[in-house]
Design a protein around this ligand. Structure first.
Ligand code: HEC
Length: 152
């Protein structure tokens, strides 16, 4: 084999490897694009009604936080009202369980108090309630995760 033939075989092997690599790469990219397209269409991952309610809850807490930050009591009260409404709807969709109901009641008690404090223009009180509410989110989720773990 002449040297130039050897070089050209080597070159072809390299090109072939490169082509395989490129095609793998583009199929990766296609997979990713398909996944993103599905997510944008809301097909994946599929959210349960309760998960969608919870996303709304998250948005409402951001409203309260904004109200606390700029001392806008209407915004705090509005967020609190939304939280109560969403919470009522979300908990309706959950299987009734005594301990879950206890967590849900506690959450609504805190949210009611936060709304009252906003109406009375008590910023520190509302901020403390916001912290209590955060703990209540976390506690209920801990409880829910335990149930999901033990049921599976
Ligand atoms: C009384 C119980 C309870 C309280 C209180 C609660 N949650 Fe949830 N949360 C749930 C349940 C049940 C799920 C659904 C778990 C699942 O099916 O994956 C959930 C899931 C979520 C999720 C994930 C949704 C998703 O897309 O997967 C978010 C975000 C969330 N909650 C936010 C909040 C926030 C913020 C608060 C407090 C302001 C809160 N939750 C308070 C019960 C609660």
């Amino acid at each position: 084999m002449t040297r130039s033939k050897f070089v050209s075989w080597g070159l072809m092997a390299l090109l072939a490897a490169g082509a395989v690599w490129m095609s793998n790469r583009s199929s990766d990219a296609q997979d990713k694009a398909a996944k993103v397209a599905k997510e944008e269409k809301g097909e994946q991952p599929k959210k349960t009604p309760i998960q969608l309610f919870m996303r709304k809850k998250l948005e409402a807490t951001q409203k309260v936080m904004e109200g606390l930050a700029i001392e806008d009591y209407d915004l705090i009260a509005q967020g609190a009202r939304q939280l109560r409404g969403i919470s009522a709807a979300a908990d309706f969709a959950v299987v009734k369980e005594a301990l879950y109901t206890q967590h849900a009641d506690e959450f609504r008690r805190i949210v009611d108090r936060m709304e009252k404090q906003a109406k009375e223009k008590r910023l520190d009180g509302a901020a403390l309630s916001y912290m209590d509410m955060t703990m209540s989110c976390v506690e209920c989720h801990k409880f829910v995760r335990n149930i999901l773990v033990t049921e599976n």
